[in-house]
Design a protein around this ligand. Sequence first.
Ligand code: PLP
Length: 404
Amino acid sequence: MTTEFKHSDALSRISPSATIAITQKARDMRASGRNNILSLSIGEPDFDTPEHVCEAARAAIAAGSTRYPPVSGVPVLKEAVSAKFTRDNGLRYAINQVLVSAGAKQVIANALMATLNSGDEVLIPTPYWVSYPQLTQLCGARPVFLATKASDGFLLQADILEAAITPRTRWLILNSPSNPSGAVMDRQALARLGEVLQRHPHVWILTDDIYEHLIYTDTPYSTIAQVCPDLFDRTLTVNGVSKAYAMTGWRIGFAGGPAPLIKAMELVQSQLSGGASSIAQWAAAAALNGPQDFIHECRTSFRIRRDRLVAALREIKHMDCEMPEGAFYAFPSCEAFLGCATSQGKVLKTDEDFVSELLDKTGVAAVHGSAFGSPGYFRISYAASSDVLDEACGRISDFCCTLR
Ligand SMILES: Cc1ncc(COP(=O)(O)O)c(C=O)c1O
């Protein structure tokens, strides 16, 4: 007799990440002998973690910091996080207003799990990072998507926000610089949203600032609790070390927010994971407290690659690409190619068809825009060497030229 596996109702509300699925497909193609695969689908810096950060981890092991850490984070890191928020964002979070988790992803999961009930609504501007709607649905709540336009620089407009708020709205999620569009909200853009939010005190704001340091304009970085101090008491400011210090594998994220919310998130975390790795927490403290030149070097390198990539994409006939102001993604439109056929006669009906054929025919792995709630686009990560990006653009261009 076979035992049937039955999953929970909650599991049926979520699906695997399209980004991970495409990256895996590219890996499988490589493993099966295709050695010309260019994987531009993954969202992580291609730099090594700085040496002084690795050294801090080794020192933590040598000092025996290997036991269960406090659930909300080791004091040295919580102090470093509090100091980081003051230094970089002008935000004052006391130690009981700081939580450390296993990545920004777990911070966000904790927050949603601690606050959402069935039927609650979470406002998510499109294009969005894939996990926001998934985590919302896992909690039994409903994602409500707020469309943005390329002609507005993919920035959420105040009237769209105002029209979407209902008595069931619990959260608005903001992400600047954005994954996948690279859009950056400046003070004015945030202040316009802040005006709307002031009229709706039941709506809380979760701002995901994970790409804060990867910004290529001269405008200083702004986050909503700083621009709109009236919203401080209902804003969760999320950040982490993954992108800024090339520490994706260390799994450390953190947040500052109102003490009752932080306490509720800590309770969730105490049952789910018990907290983040103690060794990685010491390393993250060294990253936040140590020299920051690494960030400047990465930013310079990413800016050069962005300029080169976007210029090459814009050379392709019928391809539009906004200039992303931050993060490390370009988000060009493939709309003009939909309805066209490949040289083998396959008609590209959707953006998913476009990226799938692109991968099969040219070996370039990118992610379709509909995975981020914006059909007609595709995302290319420029966390890759200039040679790889040049080669990828050449192949994309050749592919587009063959479409009829
Ligand atoms: C917008 C955004 N938020 C959060 C994360 C996850 O960050 P972490 O590695 O800290 O969990 C990512 C990772 O791709 C991201 O793109």
